[in-house]
Write a protein that binds this ligand. Structure first.
Ligand code: NAD
Length: 332
């Protein structure tokens, strides 16, 4: 059986990755769209056979509550809109899959989790890497202590951002810069490889173009200390291409991925040889997994709480930059 998805926001990711992935999924099916651009309605309807009664815009979005043909709304809007549309989706009785980063702040994440709980809806975040076999292999190597006990993780992700007028450089719509957009991949890798939550974070920001990056961060380096003593060295940037990796160092060897966070072409290596797996469609895997959670009434393995844990760290990273101090984090 299938779970019916509506895509909310038909930008680059929806167009080039998610809709094509939905042509290959087993349990998730594309049946609806929500767009603020009327011209896209016919294009998408023709291309994907979307019925007129399953086409919405941001104004009549709440009317989804009257549409039983749609089970899930997948929020693929600018970060600053995630909270509003997750809450409205839950109130309309829909399960919500929300893109990363979950929201602009941890406070917003808490509101989203509460709204989904109140309406008895499931919430998952678009953490595609956790469904990817090379990443899963590294998690297994860490948990099984194949190379002994973990000592350090080095992780980074960045790229050179183009168009100065895009929402990714707008403080309200993006919630932050490179850190929010791609730094979260490195941050999260440290969390799922170590299996721990940081107790202390220290961060520094570098800005070479204060005009382009007037509202958001350009480059950040940060360190995190885990309760076991594992140290994480991390970086993110919007200033240049190339850093896209993590390596984990243990008592008797190391393992890691580079490129790590791409849609395809992920490569893994250990001190004892390569990590070999097929590259899969991560979006298809992520959506099928959420669909199965709904069909089997299970919690997602990447629930709102997982998004919240990342955003608690991101808030601490920005606080550390603002205050120039280490930020200590309480352990749950
Ligand atoms: P995009 O700019 O290509 O698309 C954004 C969409 O939102 C557009 O269709 C735009 O029309 C719509 N929109 C509605 N209101 C808007 C407003 N006020 N300003 C700007 N756009 C508005 O962006 P994208 O790359 O598709 O990213 C969308 C979301 O997906 C972001 O949260 C991003 O972090 C996430 N994303 C995730 C991955 C991943 O690998 N999981 C990759 C890319 C993007």
């Amino acid at each position: 059986s299938t779970v019916n998805f509506a895509l909310v926001g038909l930008g680059s990711l929806s167009t080039n990755q998610i809709a094509p992935a939905l042509q290959t999924t087993q349990h998730a099916k594309l049946v609806g769209i929500v767009t603020g651009t009327p011209a896209k309605e016919k294009i998408w309807a023709d291309k994907y056979g979307i019925e007129q009664q399953n086409i919405y815009n941001y104004d009549n979005f709440n009317k989804l509550s009257e549409n039983e043909a749609i089970d899930v709304v997948y929020i693929v809007l600018p970060n600053g809109m995630h909270k509003e549309f997750t809450v409205r989706g839950a109130k309309a009785g829909k399960h919500v899959l929300c893109e990363k980063p979950m929201a602009n702040t941890s406070a917003e994440c808490r509101e989203m989790i509460a709204a989904c709980k109140e309406n008895d809806r499931k919430l998952a975040i678009g953490y595609r890497c956790q469904f990817e076999p090379h990443h899963q292999h590294c998690i297994d190597l860490a948990r099984s202590e194949k190379f002994g006990s973990l000592k350090a993780i080095e992780a980074g992700f960045g790229f050179k951002i183009g168009n100065p007028n895009q929402w990714r450089l707008d403080g309200k719509l993006a919630g932050g810069g490179a850190m929010m957009d791609v730094g979260v991949y490195a941050l999260q890798a440290c969390r799922y490889i170590s299996g721990e939550e940081p107790v202390s974070i220290s961060a520094q920001e570098t800005k070479t173009d204060p005009v382009k990056f007037a509202e958001v961060d350009e480059s950040i380096t940060w360190t995190m200390k885990m309760p076991s003593g594992v140290i994480c060295y991390c970086s993110t940037t919007y200033a240049f291409n190339g850093i896209n990796r993590y390596n984990a160092y243990a008592d008797n060897g190391w393992f890691g991925l580079e490129p790590a966070y791409s849609y395809k072409g992920i490569k893994g290596k250990t001190s004892k040889g390569p990590i070999e797996h097929e590259n899969i469609d991560q979006f298809a895997a992520e959506m099928d997994a959420f669909a199965k959670c709904i069909l089997e009434d299970r919690e997602s393995t990447v629930p709102g709480e997982e998004g919240l844990r990342d955003m608690v760290c991101v808030d601490a990273i920005y606080e550390s930059i603002r205050t120039g101090r280490h930020v200590e984090l309480p352990q749950a």
